[in-house]
Design a binder for this molecule. Structure first.
Ligand SMILES: [Zn+2]
Length: 137
């Protein structure tokens, strides 16, 4: 059975992270790992050993086809939310995410994974993905 991120609910591709979010120990995907404090291991590992290179998820996201996350997603989310006249907290409540997640998304510090992006698309009636094809031609 694949590991599922306890924050965004997405299947975890690659490395699973254990982080402390608001005092709760959670298994999360790499995107959501930024939301919590890494669980401290008893022995100190050199920082380099823990650092994981950012990998483009071309293969693991094959179900997306040629869709890629639009680079301007932070603006799209923010504008759509403001159009609805709701706060980051409200949006978080509506899509069952912490307002801190919304904040990270709108500042471009967190890329939504597929499930989260789809929730945002549905609720905000926006498109966060675009076809990659044109750029490849
Ligand atoms: Zn996640």
């Amino acid at each position: 059975m694949p590991d599922v991120c306890e924050v965004c609910g997405n299947v975890i591709y690659g490395k699973k992270f254990q982080v402390n979010i608001d005092g709760a120990l959670m298994n999360v995907c790499s995107s959501c790992s930024k939301l919590g404090k890494p669980v401290t291991v008893t022995t100190k590992l050199p920082f380099k050993a823990q650092k994981i290179p950012l990998v483009k998820m071309d293969d693991s996201f094959s179900d997306l086809g040629s869709l890629v996350l639009r680079k301007e997603y932070p603006v799209i989310i923010k504008r759509a939310r403001e159009r609805l006249g709701i706060s980051q907290e409200d949006l978080g409540l509506k899509i069952k995410e912490k307002s801190s997640v919304i904040k990270l998304l709108e500042t471009g510090k967190l890329e939504p994974d597929y499930n989260l992006a789809k929730k945002l698309e549905r609720f905000l009636k926006v498109q966060l993905y675009e076809e990659l094809e044109d750029e490849l031609k």
